[in-house]
Design a protein around this ligand. Structure first.
Ligand code: AMP
Length: 189
C-alpha cells in the first residue's frame, strides 16, 4: 500500500504517519527526518542543509528527490510505504509520478489534513519548546506556512484532480486518536 499525507507543518502528518505505519506495518518515510539525520554529519552539505531548514525554506528538489528515490529502492519499501513531507513541490510530484510509473506502482490513498494557520502557530510554538527543533520558532513557522501555501498547495490541488477517488480530507483540529481512527476506517474499508 502506498499512501501520503498533505497538510501544513504542524498539522499532525508526522504523528499520523507514524501511527498508521505501526498499525499497517508499512514503512514511514519522512523527508524531514531523513534530512535532519544528515545534519549531525557536520560536513559541507549538512551546514548548507541546516541553514535552509532552520530558516523555514525548502531544500532543493534535486536533494529531496534523490533521498527519496534512493530510499525507495530499499527492501523494506517493497510492500508499500507512507510518505510524509514529500512531495512538496510540483517538480517533486512529477518526479514521484514518473518513479512510480516506471516501477508500475500506484498511490492507494492521499490524506490532506486541513487546519487553520492560527491553530498551527499556537501548536508549533509549543512543540519548539518541547522538541527543541530549530525550525519551529514563531517567525520561522510563518515562513514554513508561506512555503506551504506557495508551493505545496498547488501539489495537493494537482493530486486532488488527478486522483480524486483516493483523495481524502481529514480535519486536523481534533484529538490524535480520533484523527487516527478516521484514517484507519478509510484504509481498512
Ligand atoms: P518536516 O519535518 O517535514 O516539517 O520538514 C522539515 C524541513 O525539512 C522543511 O521545512 C524543509 O526545509 C525540509 N524538507 C523536508 N521535506 C522536504 C521536501 N520534500 N522538499 C524540500 N524540503 C523539505
Amino acid at each position: 500500500m502506498i499512501l501520503f499525507f498533505f497538510g501544513p507543518p504542524g498539522a499532525g502528518k508526522g504523528t499520523q504517519a507514524k501511527l498508521i505505519s505501526k498499525e499497517l506495518n508499512i514503512i514511514h518515510l519522512s523527508t524531514g527526518d531523513m534530512l535532519r539525520d544528515q545534519l549531525s554529519k557536520n560536513n559541507y552539505l549538512s551546514t548548507r542543509l541546516k541553514k535552509i531548514m532552520d530558516s523555514g525554506q525548502l531544500v532543493s528538489d534535486d536533494i529531496s528527490n534523490q533521498i527519496i528515490s534512493e530510499r525507495l529502492k530499499e527492501e523494506d519499501c517493497k510492500k508499500g510505504f507512507i510518505l510524509d513531507g514529500y512531495p512538496r513541490t510540483m517538480a517533486q510530484a512529477l518526479f514521484l509520478n514518473n518513479l512510480l510509473a516506471k516501477n508500475k506502482l500506484k498511490i492507494d490513498y492521499i490524506f490532506e489534513i486541513y487546519i487553520d494557520d492560527k491553530i498551527i502557530i499556537k501548536r508549533i510554538t509549543g512543540r519548539a519548546a518541547i522538541e527543541n527543533r530549530g525550525d519551529d520558532s514563531k517567525n520561522i513557522i510563518k515562513t514554513r506556512l508561506l512555503k506551504y501555501h506557495q508551493e505545496t498547495k498547488i501539489v495537493s490541488e494537482f493530486y486532488k484532480k488527478e486522483l480524486n477517488s483516493v483523495y481524502y480530507f481529514i480535519d486536523g483540529d481534533q484529538e490524535i486518536t480520533k484523527l487516527n481512527l478516521e484514517i484507519l476506517k478509510i484504509v481498512k474499508n
